[in-house]
Design a protein around this ligand. Structure first.
Ligand SMILES: *Cc1c(COP(=O)(O)O)cnc(C)c1O
Length: 456
């Protein structure tokens, strides 16, 4: 196979600051073994998130200069609105400063005590906003999605039978909306098939429940549909995206993902009454409806990024560059969620460190070791992020213990990625000596951002 090269040249560079292993021992201890508390300057390869970390294109930077900063009715807003509308065909498009602001608005209006929001898998901020609004989130991931080593094309699908059963059990009046995350970030960046989206949307229609999409990585999901689902081989990503959104009544979006923007997001929907309520809350919390917490220049960057992300040369390189890490890990049998997803490699910490129990946070321990070994920063998606305590204070563990290595868009080259694979393999070779952690400080919601740990 011919090498798939980065479909861009580099015009502006940012230096990487190298550290030694001895320095990293101190850095990690000073950060209480929490990667979120490490200073960026002390990280060699930063795979903490693909959110807001994209390299913008020269066109986007040109758009930044063109940004119209008028408070009301700016040109940049209309360019943004037109682009979002061409992809989603939604009637009401509401800019926000990032994905969770869209969630905060949507769920504080539709949520409340006794309400349930059903999903394939809710992302951490989505679940937190649902719970903050007094409601409950229910994840109904398909069985394939729960088996990390199983190769299957659409492991992000929602379990359709469970969806209908849950609607009947909880009662239609208690389910304000169903929201499907594409690709499924917390479940390995796995895609959702068009057939699954269509079927879920039909079930929602049957019960008159609005169907939403958490669209952060819609383009990556559409590329998987093109590659893996019959009937989409010859369609453009734009056409596939249009069909995907045609099944939805609304969507939330973080433009920090598949829009190559460093900040931004939106909320879109067809229901006028709901849109009015959202806009009113937007004015109080984010800003006037034609800028919603963003500068005009951000709206420009998003509008341009949304078009660039649907280019197939880019998506081919993007998806292949993630798969490439997986291929390297396979050479020594490092366990990870297979097949690789859209934006990240998810190491299976439970299988990587089988001697560390969930209440000693194997994912967090693995993150620490990757940093010590090579200055690589990833994030735990496991019991630190999603664990709870029962009435007796015993840990209720998360279904999977993962370490996500998210690849920023258009930022790192192949040799950076080769280095990351080498670091993972080195840690894998000495895995038996790795010890777990205990938590010494935590907050009730989204504790992973600020929790402090000690090595056992
Ligand atoms: C990042 C993300 C969000 C939240 O977006 P922010 O811009 O970080 O607030 C919501 N859902 C998913 C699936 C995400 O990946």
């Amino acid at each position: 196979m011919q090498t798939i090269i980065e479909p861009f040249k580099i015009k502006s560079v940012e230096p990487i600051h190298f550290t030694t292993k001895d320095q990293r021992v101190n850095i990690l201890r000073d950060a209480f073994y929490n990667p979120f508390l490490i200073k960026a300057k002390d990280v060699i390869i930063d795979l903490l998130t693909d959110s807001g970390t994209s390299a913008m294109s020269s066109e986007q930077w040109a758009g930044i200069m063109r940004g119209d900063e008028s408070y009301a009715g700016s040109n940049s807003f209309f360019r943004f609105e037109e682009t979002v509308s061409s992809i989603t065909h939604m009637k009401y498009i509401i800019p926000t400063h990032q994905g969770r602001a869209s969630e905060k608005i949507l769920f504080s209006i539709t949520g409340g005590k006794g309400k349930y929001f059903i999903s394939n898998t809710l992302f951490d901020t989505t679940r937190a906003n649902i719970e903050f609004a007094g409601a409950e989130g229910i994840d109904l991931l398909c069985e394939e999605g729960k088996q990390p080593s199983l190769i299957s094309p659409f492991k992000g699908n929602i379990d359709l039978i469970a969806l209908e059963k849950t609607i009947q059990e909880k009662g239609v009046e208690n389910i304000p909306l169903v929201i499907i995350t594409v690709t499924n970030n917390s479940g390995g960046g796995q895609p959702v098939s068009m057939a699954n989206i269509k079927a879920a949307s039909l079930i929602c229609k049957k019960y008159s429940i609005p169907f939403f999409i958490d669209a952060c990585r819609f383009a990556e999901n559409c590329y998987f549909i093109k590659q893996r689902e019959k009937g989409f081989e010859n369609k453009t990503i734009f056409e596939i995206a249009q069909e995907l959104f045609s099944y939805a009544d609304g969507c939330t979006m973080s433009a920090k993902k598949d829009a190559f923007a460093n900040i931004g997001g939106f909320l879109a929907m067809n229901d006028e009454a709901l849109a009015m309520k959202c806009r009113n809350l937007l004015i109080i919390t984010e800003g006037f409806p034609t800028y919603g917490g963003l500068a005009g220049r951000d709206l420009e960057a998003i509008a341009i990024g949304l078009k660039e992300v649907m280019e197939e040369d880019y998506l081919k390189y993007r998806i292949r560059s993630i798969e490439y890490i997986g291929d390297k890990l396979d050479t020594v049998g490092v366990p990870y969620i297979k097949p690789t997803g859209g934006h990240a490699v998810y190491l299976d910490a439970k299988a990587f460190l089988p001697h560390i129990p969930a209440n000693e946070y194997p994912g967090q321990a693995l993150c620490g070791e990757l940093f010590l070994e090579g200055g690589v920063r990833g994030v735990e998606i496991g019991t630190v992020m999603f664990g709870k305590y029962d009435a007796d204070g015993k840990t209720i563990s998360a279904p999977m213990e993962l370490v996500r290595l998210a690849i920023p868009r258009r930022v790192y080259t192949q040799s950076h990625i080769d280095y990351v694979a080498e670091v993972i393999i080195k840690v894998f070779k000495r895995r038996e000596t790795i010890k777990g952690y205990k938590i010494v400080y935590e907050t009730p919601l989204l504790r992973h951002f600020t929790a402090r740990f000690e090595q056992l």
